[in-house]
Design a binder for this molecule. Structure first.
Ligand code: SPD
Length: 278
């Protein structure tokens, strides 16, 4: 009998992949962790039965959470990643020679351990000397942080339920802003404007109360409910379209999804999104 793995979202949307086999199945103190080998999407990670990433479309997500911020922020010396346990986001950040340090704060060590062992095709440079891994709650980390400000903060969290819920509210954005340099840029994953329209609108509007400017941008991620996904770019001073030519040229030469046309086009808002955010 064929083996399938389905994510059922809110009891209303289901996206399933036919499996070749289950590679790892376990449970941390926070969540269930599944690493599966699928017929169409290669290896894929699911947490609490929700798809997180797959070999087939991970570049869409990881290049787009990273490069719009890193090609536009005036300085990119110090970068903070909250979540992102599969390592795809830090891999993209570490492509920049200007980046001197990346701190990745991930709640669940099991996710990193499983991905290090079973998702090696992601090519994450886990041993890069610039990378500092911390296994703790990203919300508490930012609340208590009193070190040098970060130039870029990337929020690569799960959906806003359970332990990740507090990554999308006003107190968290206020804490993040306090830890960001004046010319800093924050990018967060902000859910689907189709499958999670209310969450998407609420999160973007909340970001707009914390920062002078917060613009959503859109990326097709077939693995996620409805396939249309959003990130949001927040900053008090930086223009999301003013990318550094040399940085973009270097990144787009090896990127699978990102390029300068995608950078600009991703910020175009369909009319239904304009209405949601009005
Ligand atoms: N519904 C899925 C939301 C997933 C957000 N994070 C994915 C982790 C990829 N590094």
């Amino acid at each position: 009998m064929a083996l399938w793995f389905d994510e059922t979202y809110a009891g209303k949307i289901r996206f399933g992949l036919r499996l070749k086999r289950s590679v790892y199945q376990g449970r941390s103190e926070y969540q269930s962790v599944d690493l599966v080998e699928t017929e169409e999407f290669g290896r894929a990670l699911a947490l609490e039965d929700a798809w997180m990433t797959s070999e087939r479309d991970e570049a869409h997500y990881h290049e787009m959470i990273a490069h719009p911020a890193l090609t536009t922020a005036p300085k990119i010396r110090r970068v903070l990643v909250i979540g992102g346990g599969d390592g795809g986001t830090v891999r993209e950040v570490l492509r920049y020679s200007e980046v001197e340090s990346v701190t990745m704060v991930e709640l669940d060590k099991l996710v990193v351990d499983v991905c290090k062992e079973h998702l090696t095709s992601f090519g994450v440079p886990w041993d890069d000397k610039r990378l500092a891994l911390r296994f703790e709650d990203g919300i508490a980390y930012l609340r208590n942080y009193s070190g040098e400000p970060y130039d870029v903060i990337l929020i690569d969290g799960s959906d806003p339920v359970g332990p990740a819920e507090g990554l999308y509210d006003s107190p968290f954005y206020a804490a993040a802003k306090r830890c960001l340099s004046k010319e800093g840029v924050l990018v967060s994953q902000t859910e689907s404007p189709i499958a999670m329209a209310a969450d998407f609108a609420r999160i973007v509007k909340t970001l707009r109360t914390a920062f002078k400017r917060a613009e959503p941008f859109f990326v097709p991620i077939p693995l996620y409910p409805s396939g249309m996904w959003s990130f949001s770019y927040a900053s008090d001073v930086v223009d999301p379209f003013a990318y550094d030519e040399a940085r973009v040229a270097k990144i787009e030469a090896s990127a699978r999804y990102y390029n300068r046309d995608i950078h600009r086009a991703a910020f175009a808002q369909p009319s239904f999104v304009r209405k949601l955010l009005a």
